[in-house]
Design a protein around this ligand. Structure first.
Ligand code: BF8
Length: 515
């Protein structure tokens, strides 16, 4: 139906070619004398900025965007709960040796609310004609990584656990096949699960047995982990959810919501409802939630709209065969429910070779088979996973709660960081000495890159499988791979070929080759 109406989905739009210069971070769009393409180290922008400065500034601005999203998530949650920022949060949450190091380097925000000022100052220093020292710009990128980790992911996860309880391990279902033709389907999509939680509470009531609540993206991963609500799709499949023709309402909150959803909904009967005041989409209903009471009221309203809209459904069955697929998954792990002592013992006794955190998006531009790469390593390694990559592992039936552990949404990457911290403590080592790796093979968003910088600040090596504004011929790539370790004892590196990384890891393991 979408095709008939000349509405495209991501599966068609992906044929648009990305700009190879922009992809490598070599395009500067910061002032109107450009955009300048600094394709070689000999070329400078019109203002005189070198390639090094331009690439560094582009990465810093990217990370600032991701950090603002995660910090906004925590900030919205505090407002929702009418709570104040906790004091000395980073000091309380981080390992003391890292806090000492970061304080020495001057990259830890100390005063109340300073982290928002730092995001703003990062944008300031990367405007035209301010910071021309690429090393200093990269230091700021590490600072934002720390802010992203603590004032974003740690705080958001902690607040969600406090209000909605910590997830516990359980089984659930995942993929498009969780959409039911004989029920009223309501999809929740985005990242801040306040409204989704109210919907979960509503559908448990006996008069709402006709509702099938399903999740998309990280709001979906959050209610999957906490309540076992089936997860229909990751980012890439969000339009496919609508295109089944059997979704009565899709309620979206914030982040990773394709603007194209509104056009697509016009082809079907689906009502698209935006529920966060920052996210408005033309031609949709807008019911912003403010607190628990308004979330409860809006959840009831959404159910009533969905029930009324059921009669407008034109499709009797989900046509596309692949949409009938679903997988059983084990989900809902946290550092409290993972067998940390057992894992630490296995690492000490060399019964396993290490832990790999598989995180981030599932970029459709990446064609390499990273899932089979992880499968090949699963004899020797344990995997902790979140976000859209966790969904992909689930689609392949790998989320078994034995080798592959699902830890929730992308802000729940703090659970991976906390697991690393506790296992290192059990082994009486610093995080950086442990055989840990973060692998983000298919990044899409600014958030995914910010998360990478957070883990690098903890001393964990970070792999990206798709160029994130860097290419191997730049000073910045060399800095991230070789210079970063002088202070942080970690590196951020690009490897786009699974086979090559597999050979490296098989030959040298994690701790030795990368340090
Ligand atoms: O925060 S993995 S595409 S859905 S950004 Fe977005 Fe990337 Fe998916 Fe969740 Ni995370």
């Amino acid at each position: 139906m979408a095709k008939k109406n000349k509405i495209t989905t991501i599966h068609e739009r992906i044929s648009l070619q990305p700009c190879p210069i922009g992809l490598q971070g070599k395009c500067c769009k910061i002032c109107l004398m450009g955009p300048c393409r600094v394709v070689s180290k000999d070329i400078k922008g019109v203002c005189g900025a070198s390639q090094d400065v331009i690439v560094a500034r582009n990465i810093l601005r990217f990370v600032a965007g991701g950090t603002s999203a995660h910090c906004g998530h925590a900030f919205h949650f505090l407002n929702y709960l009418k709570k104040k920022y906790p004091k000395d949060y980073i000091k309380k949450k981080s390992p003391h040796y890292l806090y000492k190091l970061w304080s020495k380097l001057g990259i830890v925000p100390k005063i109340h609310f300073e982290h928002f000022k730092d995001i703003s100052e990062a944008l300031h220093l990367s405007t035209m004609g301010v910071d021309a020292d690429y090393q200093d710009i990269m230091k700021w990128t590490m600072k934002l990584g720390i802010i992203d980790g603590y004032y974003g992911m740690y705080l958001a996860t902690e607040l969600e656990d406090f209000v909605f309880n910590k997830p516990k391990p359980k089984t659930a279902e995942l993929d498009l096949g969780v959409i039911k033709t004989d029920k009223i389907n309501i999809a929740v999509h985005g990242h801040e699960p306040m409204l989704a939680e109210s919907l979960v509470a509503e559908i448990k009531k006996p008069n709402n047995k006709d509702i099938n609540l399903i999740g998309v993206c990280c709001t979906g991963a959050s209610v999957l982990a906490r309540h076992g609500i089936p997860l229909a799709a990751n980012f890439v499949l969000q339009e496919d959810v609508i295109a089944t023709g059997v979704i009565e309402v899709m309620a979206v909150d914030i982040q990773c919501i394709m603007p194209s959803l509104a056009d697509l909904c016009e082809c079907y009967h689906t009502k698209l409802i935006t529920t966060n005041e920052l996210c408005k989409i033309p031609n949709t209903l807008h019911f912003p939630i403010k607190n628990k009471k308004s979330a409860q009221e809006i959840a009831k309203k959404i159910i009533a709209i969905a029930r009324k809209n059921r009669k407008n459904r034109k499709t009797k069955e989900i046509k596309i065969e692949k949409k009938k697929s679903k997988k059983k998954v084990v989900i809902g792990f946290t550092p409290d429910s993972l067998p940390l002592k057992e894992i630490a013992e296995k690492i000490k006794k060399r019964k396993i070779k290490g832990i790999i955190g598989v995180i981030g998006c599932a970029n459709p531009r990446v064609k390499e088979n990273w899932i089979s790469f992880y499968k090949k390593l699963s004899k020797d390694y344990i995997f902790l996973t979140t976000g859209c990559m966790a969904f992909k592992l689930g689609q392949e039936g790998l989320l078994d709660g034995k080798k592959f552990f699902h830890l929730g949404s992308c802000v729940n990457n703090s659970r991976i960081a906390e697991t690393f911290k506790r296992i290192a403590e059990l082994c009486k080592h610093e995080i950086t000495d442990m055989p840990f790796l973060i692998s983000c093979p298919m990044p899409i968003t600014e958030k995914a890159i910010a998360i990478g910088f957070f883990f690098a600040s903890l001393g964990v090596d970070v792999h990206f499988g798709y160029p994130f504004l860097i290419s191997s011929d730049t000073t910045i790539a060399d800095f991230l791979e070789n210079v970063l370790k002088e202070h942080f004892r970690s590196k951020i590196f690009l490897e786009t070929l699974p086979q090559k990384l597999l050979q490296k890891i098989k030959k040298d393991g994690l701790a030795t080759i990368f340090k």
